[in-house]
Design a binder for this molecule. Structure first.
Ligand code: UDP
Length: 258
C-alpha cells in the first residue's frame, strides 16, 4: 500500500493509482465524519463492510444496466474502479422525510413523501455543500442539461431498484446520496456513470417493523451500536462468508466494548 501513489484522500476513502491507466484503487477506511467534518470518529470494521456492501449493490445495479465505476473487489478493503472525471454535485434522492429535509421544510422525520424528490448539492467543503438548483448547475458549467438528464434518470432508476431490493430484506430506503463521473472511451465519447460508493454511510435505512436506524445516523446522533448496524445490513444482504462474519462480529464487539 505504501509504495502506491496516493491520488486523493477523502473522509472515508483513499484513492490510489491503479494497475492500468484509467483505473484507480479505492481503499475503504474505518474513519467516519459528519456535519461537514465537525464530528469525527472511527467505526471499527466499517471499511470492510462498506467495501462488501458497495460491491454488492454496484454489481446488482450493473446487472440491470446502470453503468458504474466498479470493476472488481480486490481484497477486504480495496476495489478496482474506473477513473472518472467527478462531477462536483451530490444527488440526493428522498422517499421519506428525514435529516436536513425535515429541518428545512418542517416535515417530521418518517413522513412518506408524495413522490420521490431529487435534490442537488454543490460539493464544496468550504461552502458546506450548499443546496443548488439545475439553474446553478448549468449556469456555473458544473454539468450540461444533457448530463443532468442522465443523472436524474439514473438516480430514479437506482432509487426504484434499491427501494425494492432493501424492502425485500425488511429495510426502508429513506434517502441516499449519489455521485457521478464522466467516463471517456477510446473514441473520445463520454458517458455519465455512477461513482463513489453505496453503503450505510450515504443511505438512510430503517427497519420496516421497528423503524430502527441501520445507517450512519447511529454515528451522527450517538445512538450506539454503529458497526453492528452496518453489519446487520450486510448480513441481511447475505453477502458475508461465514468465516468473515465471525471475524467482523468479533471486531465490532471489541469496538463497542472499548
Ligand atoms: N448524505 C451523504 N453525504 C453528505 C450529505 C448527505 O452521503 O455529505 C446522505 C445522507 O446519508 C442521507 C442523504 O444523503 O442518506 C440525505 O442527507 P441529508 O441532506 O438529510 O443530510 P444530513 O441530515 O445527513 O446532514
Amino acid at each position: 500500500m505504501t509504495r502506491r501513489r496516493r491520488i486523493y484522500e477523502g473522509k472515508a476513502k483513499v484513492l490510489f493509482e491503479g494497475p492500468e491507466p484509467g483505473t484507480l484503487i479505492q481503499y475503504f477506511k474505518d474513519d467516519a465524519s459528519a456535519f461537514n467534518n465537525q464530528k469525527k470518529g472511527t467505526i471499527s470494521g466499517k471499511g470492510v463492510l462498506n467495501n462488501r456492501i458497495s460491491e454488492y449493490l454496484m454489481s446488482k445495479l450493473m446487472e440491470i444496466g446502470v453503468p458504474t465505476h466498479f470493476m472488481k473487489r480486490l481484497n477486504m478493503r480495496e476495489q478496482l474502479v474506473h477513473e472518472v472525471e467527478i462531477i462536483p454535485i451530490e444527488v440526493v434522492v428522498r422517499n421519506i422525510a428525514a435529516g436536513s429535509f425535515s429541518e428545512r421544510f418542517g416535515v417530521p422525520e418518517g413522513t412518506p413523501l408524495p413522490r420521490s424528490i431529487v435534490e442537488y448539492y454543490y460539493k464544496s467543503e468550504e461552502l458546506g455543500d450548499p443546496m443548488i438548483s439545475e439553474e446553478h448547475i448549468t449556469a456555473f458549467g458544473w454539468a450540461t442539461p444533457q448530463d443532468l438528464d442522465d443523472m436524474m434518470a439514473l438516480s430514479l432508476r437506482v432509487n426504484d431498484y434499491l427501494s425494492g431490493l432493501f424492502l425485500g430484506i425488511g429495510l426502508k430506503l429513506i434517502d441516499f446520496r449519489l455521485e457521478f463521473g464522466r467516463l471517456y472511451n477510446e473514441h473520445g465519447e463520454m458517458r455519465i456513470i455512477l461513482a463513489d460508493e453505496i453503503s450505510p454511510d450515504n443511505c438512510r435505512l430503517w427497519d420496516v417493523k421497528t423503524n430502527e436506524r441501520l445507517d450512519k445516523d447511529r454515528f451522527r446522533r450517538d445512538l450506539g451500536d454503529v458497526a453492528q448496524a452496518y453489519h446487520e445490513v450486510a448480513r441481511r444482504l447475505g453477502i458475508l462468508p461465514e468465516a468473515q462474519q465471525a471475524e467482523i462480529v468479533d471486531t465490532t464487539r471489541a469496538a463497542s466494548t472499548s
